[in-house]
Design a protein around this ligand. Structure first.
Ligand code: B4P
Length: 189
């Protein structure tokens, strides 16, 4: 079973939710660039100050900042036997940077969560009420979906072309139903 796993999918597809469950089940660290960047913003670090404005607008944070952050995280000992990446790579440049980084960090399998757009917007607006995240308002959500289509979706073709299998998982249904599909998809790896 693959232990270097990448979760791909549009904002609101449930990547963070499923990645948390799967990382626990596999016993590997869950590495979410969204979570790491929000922590940097909350702590007021230089990185956080640069990232915060872009995130609030729904735009991507510059590649060099995110790549350096992930490279440092992957170099820690707990990532030596596997990891679950959530939200990174988010474009082809980041994927190339990961491929060219320290040995042993090549992705073994990509899990693509698919959810129709109306449901994505519904989930994120619900989270806006529950969690008050800065980037969960309707304008920013539309912008994040646009950025996903133009920057991130090309990775769906990129990985199979580079010999990395991609498994499509229907992200509609309860968290438990979706997780059962995730486990099934990985069982074949
Ligand atoms: P992320 O934190 O990655 O945010 P996201 O794409 O919106 O996904 P998230 O994981 O939060 O949501 P999920 O689908 O799990 O990124 C935020 C910002 O950080 C980006 O816009 C960008 O600015 C920056 N950034 C991050 N990584 C970057 C990178 N590599 N390069 C450059 N910039 C980067 O869940 C959404 C909601 O759905 C949740 O409320 C959840 O509870 C709910 N949900 C989950 N499963 C459900 C289900 N089955 N049914 C109903 N609801 C469900």
């Amino acid at each position: 079973m693959g232990r270097r796993v990448l979760f791909l999918g549009p904002p609101g597809a449930g990547k963070g939710t499923q990645a948390t469950l799967l990382a626990r089940a596999l016993g590997v660290p869950h590495i979410s660039t969204g979570v790491m960047l929000r922590e940097a913003v909350a702590e007021g670090t230089d990185l956080g100050n640069q990232a915060g404005v872009l995130m609030a607008a729904g735009d991507l944070v510059p590649d060099e900042l995110v790549v350096a952050m992930v490279a440092e995280r992957l170099s820690r000992s707990d990532a030596a036997c596997g990891f679950l990446l959530d939200g990174f790579p988010r474009n082809i440049e980041q994927a190339d940077a990961l491929d060219n980084s320290v040995d042993g960090h090549a992705i073994e399998v990509v899990l693509l969560l698919t959810v129709v757009e109306d449901e994505l917007v519904r989930r994120l607006l619900k989270r806006a009420v529950e969690d008050g995240r800065d980037d969960d308002n309707e304008d920013t959500i539309r912008r994040r979906l646009e950025v996903y289509r133009s920057e991130t979706e090309p990775l769906v073709e990129h990985y199979p072309l580079h010999g990395v299998p991609i498994r499509r998982i229907d992200g509609l249904g309860t968290v438990e139903e979706v997780f059962a599909r995730v486990v099934m998809a990985l069982a074949h790896e």
